[in-house]
Design a protein around this ligand. Sequence first.
Ligand code: SF4
Length: 460
Amino acid sequence: MVVFNPFSERYGKYLNIDLNGIEPRIVRLSIARSSEKNNEKYIEMDEEDDIISLFLLFQGLAKTPHAPEVLASLSAYEKLIVTRLVKYFGSEAIEEISELVEVHELPVLANLENPMKRMILVEELGIYFPKEDLFRLRDAKGALIEFALRWDEVYDVIDITTNYIIGPYVFLTKGEFFEAYSRYVRKKCYDYIQRASPKIQEGPHPVHEKIIGMVKSLLKVTKRIEKVSGDLKEDLFPPCVKLSMMGVSSGQRNYAITILLTSFLSYARLMPSTKIFDRESSFNLNQEDIGILLDEVVPTIIEAGDNCDPPFFKEQPIERMNIFYHLGFGMTENPNPQDFGKSKWYLPPSCAKVAENAPLICQPDEFCKMASWGILDREKVGEILKKAKEDGRDTLGERVLELLLEGARSAGSISEGLGIEKKELAELLGTLSKNKLVGRRKVTNPLIYYIRKKRYVNQR
Ligand code: SF4
């Protein structure tokens, strides 16, 4: 049987680990499982190996409990749990999960044809469920409601403001339940690492040192994003963000403030880089950065909420917690810097999502519509330029590539920068584009608007 709940009592017997006699293969397993790329190999494992290697990894991670490796390893484990649930979900899984959270499987809600009543009695929970809501939820979520969890148990791993709640229960589809549970396990693992940290930091065993050292070098294969934080330049914000900061009316407030502004301002302040959209990338936030999120970014979001009509946080105080949740601090009212990592730090939504969910704030200006040219294959272009340098060649095409390597630009800006006629440039770009070296892109995300506009203004 695969492990769904590493905190189950049945596995406690494996946790008397003698670090001096630990088998090298278990240490290697601990290191390898920190990378999501290896998840496939660990879907099915011997339960003893699974538990020992997992907790050994957590103990190694506890030496630097806020390092990016902690978040990366926890994400890998969260995804592994989802994969195991998708493959092996059944009565044994439910039994193990129930030791960690109260979970109810509700087949009575899956049968929409019968009975022909307006309210369905869910005897197990002692509640009536409106049948009309079941149809509405099925249409909105694309799946049936099949599970209920106690919302007060899982409130910091799900968005309780957008989920369906009756009494103490939140109702979820199977996919939502798998996600909520795996996030819950991740949170428990995170808490374990933080709890273990003071003792391990005080006197780490050589095995812990070895694990964290090797995990750091294993996960270094992901591209680290260099920090490029800087003060916010409000005049360069896209129209959707400027409108959100002035305050919006009740229909679009949640999306504008909680989803768009929270993610936009936090990344624009700390990570204004297009690399954040690359799934392979990772980044380091130190205590000072986390302080900036709490002391600078949060007050700006709260101010924007107060500008709404009616004031957002006064009317929906729970949304304050939701802001922290979207910033990565979990569902909390008073976060500490140590809480960072408890939930996901959400990326800014795409323009398509903003236009779909809050159409009134997506009012594209000229810059939103302006197309720019960028490099498609940096490695190949790098090789071409290196070869050209070795051969002493310096054609117009190579100068265009060199300029675009610094960052995407509009045709007008390339033409101005290199003093090339627009017609000649159009032909050149056409050829480079056919060779798949460059491509033309429009703004697809409010953060990309901001990054490009800053670059555009600096070039002038
Ligand atoms: S197109 Fe994108 S950046 Fe421009 S206003 Fe709409 S959402 Fe914002």
